[in-house]
Design a protein. Structure first.
Ligand SMILES: Nc1ncnc2c1ncn2[C@@H]1O[C@H](COP(=O)(O)OP(=O)(O)OP(=O)(O)O)[C@@H](O)[C@H]1O
Ligand SMILES: [Mg+2]
Length: 248
C-alpha cells in the first residue's frame, strides 16, 4: 500500500480538486484507491457525491479508535474507489494525536488494517501546519504540493521546504506542481518556466485555471467524468502519470 498526500499550508490552491481527480484516475488504472478527506470542511465529499448527503456512519466514532476502520469506508461511489468522508470531529484530530503522543504514528496505525485491500491511499489535507500534518508528512510516501504561480507562493514553498528539512519531516517527499495556471498572465508563464530551476523536487505539471474544475463541485463529479477532453483533465492525467512513476 502506497500513501500520498495533497498538502499545502495555503488554502484554496487546488489540493482537494487534485486529490479527487488523482484518486479517481488511480482507481480507473487498476489501482484500488482510498481517498480520505482529512479536512473537517469536507470538500472532497462535495466533489464526489455532489449534493447527495453521504450516508452517515457515525464518523465521530472514527477518532475513538474502537471500531474497525473498514466500517467508515464508503465503497459504493465508484468501482475501485473507496472513500472516507470528512467529519466535523476531525477538528479534534490534533487533540487525539497529542493524547497519543509517544505511541508512534496514529495515522499509520489507523491505515494499517486497510492495507490488504488498498493499493493507494490519497490523503486530502486541510491547509494547516499541525500535529496532523506532521504525521501526514511522516506516513506519506510522497506529498504533492499545489503552487499557484505567484512570488508569494514561491516564497512560502521555500519556507515549507526549509521547515520540513529543519524538522526532519521528509522534505525530500515534498513534490511541488503548479496549480490554477493562467497562461494569459506573463507572471504565471514565466514562473512555470522557471519551475525546474527554482523548485526542489519539482513535478513538471501545470494544472490550468479552468472553469470546468470549478464545476466539479456543482456536479459532484471528477473531471474525467465531467469533461475528459478538457486540457485540465489532460493535466491531471499527466500528474497521475508522474505520481505513478514516483511510487512504483
Ligand atoms: N484548476 C482550477 N481552475 C479553476 N478553479 C479551480 C482549480 N482548482 C481548484 N479550483 C477552485 O478553487 C477553489 C479551491 O479549490 P480546492 O478546494 O481544490 O482547493 P484547496 O487547496 O483544497 O482548498 P482548502 O485549502 O480550502 O482545502 C474551489 O472552488 C475549486 O473549484
Ligand atoms: Mg481542500
Amino acid at each position: 500500500m502506497r500513501i500520498i498526500a495533497l498538502y499545502s499550508p495555503k488554502g484554496g490552491v487546488g489540493k482537494t480538486a487534485a486529490a479527487v481527480n488523482i484518486a479517481y484516475l488511480a482507481s480507473q488504472d487498476n489501482c484500488r484507491t482510498l481517498l480520505w478527506d482529512l479536512d473537517p470542511q469536507g470538500a472532497s465529499s462535495f466533489y464526489l457525491a455532489g449534493a447527495e448527503p453521504v450516508k452517515g456512519r457515525k464518523l465521530s466514532k472514527l477518532l475513538e479508535g474502537k471500531s474497525p476502520m473498514a466500517k467508515f469506508v464508503h465503497d459504493d461511489i465508484y468501482p475501485g474507489l473507496d472513500f472516507i468522508p470528512a467529519h466535523s470531529s476531525f477538528r479534534n484530530f490534533d487533540i487525539k494525536l497529542d493524547q497519543d503522543d509517544g505511541d508512534g504514528n496514529q495515522l499509520k496505525k489507523m491505515l494499517a488494517p486497510l492495507s490488504e485491500e488498498t493499493s493507494l491511499v490519497v490523503l486530502d489535507c486541510p491547509p494547516t501546519l499541525s500535529r496532523l500534518t506532521e504525521q501526514v508528512l511522516d506516513v506519506a510516501d510522497q506529498v504533492y504540493v499545489p503552487l499557484v504561480p505567484t512570488w508569494l507562493s514561491m516564497n512560502s514553498w521555500n519556507q515549507l521546504y526549509e521547515f520540513a528539512k529543519d524538522k526532519k519531516l521528509g522534505a525530500k517527499k515534498l513534490r511541488p506542481f503548479f496549480s490554477m495556471v493562467d497562461r494569459r498572465k506573463n507572471l504565471h508563464q514565466s514562473l512555470v518556466q522557471q519551475g525546474p530551476e527554482r523548485l526542489n523536487n519539482y513535478a513538471d505539471v501545470a494544472i490550468p485555471y479552468a472553469s470546468v474544475v470549478e464545476r466539479m463541485g456543482e456536479e459532484g463529479l471528477p473531471l474525467e467524468k465531467l469533461d475528459a477532453r478538457s486540457p485540465a483533465a489532460a493535466a491531471y492525467r499527466e500528474l497521475w502519470s508522474v505520481i505513478k512513476n514516483d511510487l512504483w
